[in-house]
Design a protein around this ligand. Structure first.
Ligand SMILES: [Zn+2]
Length: 392
């Protein structure tokens, strides 16, 4: 009926008509934009970490076009998703551009993003259509939520720059100016300023004791603005936010806020171990921020247990397969159907793949000890996920 309605109305945005299922991954028609549909009130975007430079798309050479990749921010988004998968039943929405920035810049308006190439512009629309779909879902399911837009900077000062659509001048203008209705209405967290549970002011939310930057700083990742570093000094470089946080935050309405996170390289992005450590810190800090200011508890982390991406911590009791022992050095898989088994490491890299027949069999993957995500997909396309801990 919904599809029929869409046909009859000839809606231009197909994304309005499509149902996305938590735990499933969707790709734009060209395959360059990835959307991992989640179930948390959290959206992660990675617009500048892509690697693909197909000849079929023109290189962006229009005046003012920035084409530098934000190194390893694609992997950082994957690591954050993996950390949620390892620790909670629910996962964030994740939208990734796999195109190199020399081909597309989703963090610009459509003209600058594509240098007015029609095909690139269609890919840009796919990126923002996925973000919009995630936003709509978050608003419908949770009433409110948060988008974190991931970037990397090359500034000398090694600190995370949090972009709330407030420039360095704005942050230096003092708390009373920041707390004015005029400035709050132009903030990427406009909705939170009006609705937050502790009735905190705009300035407190940016750099008070319970600000995101304050908790990141206290966790070993220097950040501005924060209580420890309230504002960039005059003359210091600072990214204040971009097209994604402006368009998809609450500045122009809605109850999903947006913050741009500009990360330094060494210690955050440069190695898989650093990305994993930072991703886990960001997970903890974001959960705390959402619980403190948005929801009053961490119940949002488990509210999706019945969703397809639920990840039982030990063992498994899926309707159609069972795995045991867990943890273990190997495991028995008891499946009702022929299926394909895959194991992923915490960075999302596939480490093992095997076809399995219905019945019980012993699986002994030659992998180092560690935590893996096991995915089993049956011939009927039923998909199940388990966290499997491999011992020595
Ligand atoms: Zn960037």
């Amino acid at each position: 009926m919904r599809w029929l309605l869409c046909w009859l109305l000839l809606l231009p945005q197909w994304t309005l008509c499509q149902q996305y299922v938590p735990g499933q991954t969707y790709w734009s028609a060209d395959g360059y934009i990835e959307y991992r549909c989640g179930s948390l009130p959290l959206i992660i975007t990675a617009p500048h970490g892509g690697y693909l430079s197909p000849d079929s798309l023109p290189t962006r050479v229009c005046p003012g076009a920035t084409t530098v990749q934000d190194g390893f921010t694609l992997e950082l988004a994957q690591a954050i998703d993996s950390m949620y998968a390892l620790n909670h039943a629910c996962r964030p929405h994740v939208i990734i551009s796999h195109l190199h920035r020399r081909k597309l810049d989703p963090n610009r308006d459509s003209s600058e993003a594509s240098c007015d190439d029609a095909r690139s512009m269609a890919i840009w629309r796919a990126f923002h259509g996925f973000v919009q779909a995630a936003r709509d879902t978050v608003q419908q399911r949770h009433g409110k939520g948060l988008l974190l837009d991931l970037h990397g900077h090359a500034h000398t000062l090694q600190r995370i720059e949090l972009g709330y659509q407030l420039t360095g001048d704005h942050l230096r203008s003092g708390d009373s100016a920041i707390n004015s209705a005029f400035r709050a209405q132009r903030s990427g967290i406009r909705s939170l300023v009006m609705l937050n549970l502790g009735a905190q002011t705009h300035s407190q939310l940016l750099r008070g004791p319970q600000a995101l930057g304050t908790w990141l700083h206290a966790s070993g990742y220097p950040s501005v603005p924060s209580q420890q570093d309230p504002t960039p000094q005059a003359g210091e470089p600072f990214f204040s936010g971009g097209y994604i946080t402006e368009r998809h935050g609450s500045m122009f309405g809605g109850t999903v806020d947006a913050i741009q996170l500009e990360h330094y390289m060494t210690g955050i992005r440069n190695t898989a171990a650093n990305r994993a450590r930072y991703a886990d810190t960001l997970r903890l800090v974001t959960n705390r921020f959402l619980a403190t200011h948005y929801f009053g508890s961490t119940a949002f982390l488990t509210a999706c247990v019945a969703a397809p991406n639920a990840l039982p911590l030990q063992g498994h009791s899926s309707p159609w397969f069972r795995l045991y022992p867990n943890p273990g050095s190997a495991f028995y898989l008891d499946s009702d159907a022929n299926a394909e088994l895959q194991l992923f490491d915490i960075h999302g890299k596939r480490m093992f793949k095997q076809s399995v027949a219905a019945g019980t069999q012993l699986i002994s993957p030659a992998l180092p000890a560690g935590v893996y995500l096991l995915m089993l997909q049956s011939e009927k396309q039923l998909v199940g996920w388990v966290r499997w801990v491999k011992t020595q």
